[in-house]
Ligand binder design. Structure first.
Ligand code: NCD
Length: 312
């Protein structure tokens, strides 16, 4: 509990990136999420209003955040379409929009197509800001639920053999996950077609942290070694010079022959062609439970950032 209190102090101003949290702090967060999965539902956000600002499409992140806020007794304000705000239709500046919204709520959860938008909001405002995805940059709460799910399925995060497959270039979920995978000394397998490989900058990041990684063009090359196969869709909305007709790599049932029994397939979702529906019936499919875990990870985070805690 002492560690939880310390974490509450540290995250009082919200969460823009997981950088800066150490392994112990992350484990405290994951253990807290487990309490929520086990049925803990304190009304710790009672009387609090959270603005849910999604300037980019979202299903899971937005609805799990909004469900988490309400389950904890808080209330949500927001807009259904960013186009209905004065920012979009009356040329109001982003900064003015944020200042105004901050006057009406106790915290902001924000997704934005621009890299760094949540950081800007955090610097500008005195209320907590939680980054729900900024451009191709980061998606820290996705990483929390990914870590929770990896721990749930493997019993550890230490030294996990993690394969990343699909769009390794533009995916913010991959970028965020890698930031933390290095702390736990995970072994990384990168599976992608040449145009979606991990950027040079990300490779250097892995090198700096002495992480072993290798690059492959097919999952069959590594299927007997990996514990987690983490797929992503092509982030077509972020493409610069790639044809929108380009297809992603996909997995097939025969490619899973020889897989370790503990292999679990994860995906932040939404999926496109990379996971055909017949994979759902294999014992390896875990992406729907992973999405469900988003609720518990976000309840834990909101409780830590914004909750009142008279029982502790
Ligand atoms: C991801 C996102 O928006 O970054 N989805 C999500 O949050 N669950 C991945 C994606 O859109 O492909």
């Amino acid at each position: 509990m002492k560690q939880l209190q310390k974490l509450k102090k540290k995250l009082r101003s919200g969460l823009i990136t997981l950088e800066g949290l150490d392994k112990d702090e992350l484990m405290v967060l994951l253990q807290h999420a487990q309490r929520f999965k086990d049925g803990y539902t304190p009304q710790s956000l009672e009387g609090k209003i959270v603005a849910s600002l999604f300037f980019e499409a979202s299903t899971r992140t937005r609805l799990s955040f909004e469900s988490a806020i309400q389950r904890l007794g808080g209330r949500v304000i927001g807009f259904s379409e960013p186009g209905s705000t004065s920012l979009a239709s009356k040329n109001e500046s982003f900064v003015d929009t944020l200042k105004i919204i901050a006057a009406y709520c106790d915290a902001i959860v924000m997704r934005h197509p621009n890299d760094g938008a949540s950081k800007l909001a955090d610097e500008l405002l005195s209320i907590p800001v939680i980054n729900a995805g900024d451009g191709a940059n980061l998606h820290p709460t996705q990483t929390l639920l990914d870590l929770f799910t990896i721990y749930e399925t493997q019993g550890t995060l230490e030294g996990v053999n993690l394969a990343l497959m699909g769009d390794l270039k533009y995916s913010r979920t991959i970028r965020s996950l890698l930031e933390i995978a290095v702390l736990f000394n995970m072994r990384i397998f990168c599976i992608s077609s040449p145009e979606f490989q991990l950027s040079q900058q990300r490779r250097e990041f892995l090198d700096e942290h002495h992480i072993t990684y290798s690059c492959h063009e097919s999952v069959t090359e590594v299927i007997d070694q990996i514990d987690i196969l983490y797929l992503t869709r092509l982030q077509k909305e972020r493409f610069e010079n790639v044809s929108r007709e380009t297809r992603n790599l996909s997995i097939t049932i025969p490619q899973l022959f020889g897989a370790k029994e503990n292999l679990r397939i994860l995906h932040p979702l939404p999926r496109n062609e990379e996971i055909p529906p017949e994979i759902d019936n294999t014992p390896y499919a875990y992406y729907f439970e992973q999405a469900r875990n988003g609720l518990f990870a976000r309840m834990a985070l909101l409780d830590i950032v914004l909750g009142s805690h008279d029982e502790e």
